[in-house]
Design a protein around this ligand. Sequence first.
Ligand code: NI
Length: 262
Amino acid sequence: MRQDSAPVTVIDSHAHLQDPRFAEDVDQVIERALTGGLEMIICIGYDLESSRAAVELTRRYREIRAVVGVHPHDAKTIDDRVLAEIWELGRDPRVVAIGEMGLDYYRNLSSPEEQKQGFRAQINLAKKLGKPIVIHDRDAHDEVLSIIKQEKAGSNGGIMHCYSGHLPLAIELMKQGFMISFAGPLTYSNAKKTVEVAARIPLDRVLVETDCPYLTPQSHRGQRNEPLYVWETTKKLAEIHQKSLQEVAYITTYNVHKLFGV
Ligand code: NI
């Protein structure tokens, strides 16, 4: 957790505060994060309703920014009307990126065809808005990368969220303009492979996130995840890179400001 001797702030670059699991106490959750040293929380939409809710939260807290889009699980819901509303929401200055979008071939809740179409459509929408994108990739590394290359998806920058892939892919993604974001799984005792990858990625391309309420870090496992726990991943990253917590918090925070221009 934060060390009082050297005040420093950090940003949770991927939180789902509009998730039903926060419905009862979202204000306390945000308050805990802000008093615990988070200077900003990026609230990520996963369908139309959650995207609207993310924008709504930015009206209530000046420390919150929104990302709007449709998760690959819900790609089957994407039609012209949905894209038109994402476009409208995306024009808001407090919406810093489009997503989360991508491919999830692990659960396949929408067909691969629907996922690919939805991914490409949202990439193009983001490009027209001039905003970065936030990508979700599960068991679809090759296809995600080839779509990114074909669509020049990184032209406004982007984030590969909750990275768990191998090093060559990370290098390719960085070449395409992407930042690599690490979440709670980096702290798991069986995260050897991801730890090795994280050690090789230069910190000026790294972000930290919680993906709350999911992916609770090791020290709080069994509980609901929340933005405050982003410190756990930041701490782990500092350990891996043999830097101070302050330095890693500072660099990853700077990276968010640079990417989103906030
Ligand atoms: Ni997420």
